[in-house]
Design a protein around this ligand. Structure first.
Ligand SMILES: Nc1ncnc2c1ncn2[C@@H]1O[C@H](COP(=O)(O)OP(=O)(O)O)[C@@H](O)[C@H]1O
Ligand SMILES: [Mg+2]
Length: 323
């Protein structure tokens, strides 16, 4: 058996680049990202706003729209390169195997349709189910996400933010996908509601044996439900670590900064990361974090650090580590 089959990778992204064309040149928003999601895990994608998280997941689902384009890279889902698949086959995989909860999805529910009607449309569009069977499924799904079946008869404006997000999650799990990609699913919600939604995702993952890619700028969200975390900075992944190790002993100086900025009861002073994130039009030479890095060395200004495997399961792109 080949060594890579042991881990049961469900999604592999290989050196993916996603650029946006503009009159000033290309915005290199995702600039050579590689990562692997294994079966039955919550794979967290962290990093400040603008680092390329949403662009990356659009690329994973081949949903990048003009002026965006994918100059190179691979997205292999269950052994198939999604970037090479005919649109028809890709549509068959979306929803049934690969579900997507876009950023702000809960605000794009159709205001004129009852919950049951929008859920019905989504299910009938993507399966061979009959209406009666689909309606039974809708009732079951609503309960599964912690809502009353009465919600079926309600319109989106009658629901709170947390309830809307639960409806969105119910739609995402309707056809029992193997992977859900959720982009900032809790960002617009109150802290307590956020926790409930994240817990729900974790419970559903365990119940159905799905994997989840959870995109969030909130480190607290990743601490709550992540298994492994990829930290993105300036269109690249700078560290991948199991969540516990990342919080105990972050390797990359940017990860250290992100974690120092997480509020907690013990911390009297919360330190932000000084300096501004650079522009995708003109990334800094060498390590992209070097202008903000408290540990900067000469080499960092010149040579881009490759991603290195440091310990079992931990990867970092930083000249402080390795040879
Ligand atoms: N349609 C677009 N056209 C041009 N630039 C874009 C577009 N969408 C995103 N970008 C740029 O790509 C970068 C990454 O954005 P995004 O993927 O939304 O980051 P995140 O989700 O991490 O906040 C940003 O600098 C943003 O300005
Ligand atoms: Mg985003």
């Amino acid at each position: 058996m080949e060594p890579e089959q042991v881990l049961d990778k469900i999604l592999e992204v290989k050196d993916l680049k996603i650029y946006y064309r503009s009159i000033y040149g290309d915005y290199k928003s995702v600039d050579g990202v590689s990562l692997e999601v294994v079966r039955d895990e919550v794979f967290s994608i962290a990093g400040e706003s603008g680092c390329g998280k949403s662009t990356l997941v659009d690329g994973m689902l081949r949903l990048v729209k003009t002026p965006g384009y994918i100059p190179s890279g691979k997205v292999i889902f269950e052994g198939v390169d999604l970037l090479k698949l005919p649109e028809k086959e890709l549509n068959r995989i979306r929803w049934t195997k690969l579900a997507y909860v876009p950023q702000g999805a809960m605000n794009s529910l159709n205001p004129f349709l009852k919950v049951k009607e929008q859920m019905m449309d989504a299910i009938l569009d993507h399966s061979d189910m009959k209406k009666k069977e689909a309606m039974q499924l809708i009732m079951q799904l609503l309960q599964e996400v912690g809502l009353s079946t009465k919600v079926a008869e309600m319109y989106p404006h009658e629901l709170s933010g947390g309830m809307k997000q639960r409806v969105i999650i119910a739609m995402a799990i309707a056809l029992k996908p193997t992977l859900i990609i959720a982009d900032e699913p809790t960002t617009a919600l109150d802290v307590v509601v956020q926790k409930g939604i994240l817990q729900l995702l974790r419970t559903l993952k365990d119940k159905y044996g799905m994997s989840i890619v959870l995109v969030s700028h909130s480190m607290a969200a990743h601490a709550q439900v992540g298994d492994r975390v990829a930290v993105m900075y300036a269109g690249k992944v700078v560290e991948v670590s199991p969540v516990y190790e990342l919080f105990e002993d972050p390797l990359h100086p940017y990860s250290k900064g992100l974690i120092a900025a997480v509020p907690s009861l013990e911390k009297k002073i919360i330190k932000g990361i000084p300096g501004l994130a650079p522009s995708p039009l003109d990334w800094p030479k060498g390590c992209r974090f070097h202008p903000r890095c408290p540990f900067v060395m000469n080499i960092c200004r010149e040579i881009e650090p490759p991603v290195k495997s440091i310990q079992q399961g931990r990867f970092v792109a930083c000249h402080l580590y390795g040879d």
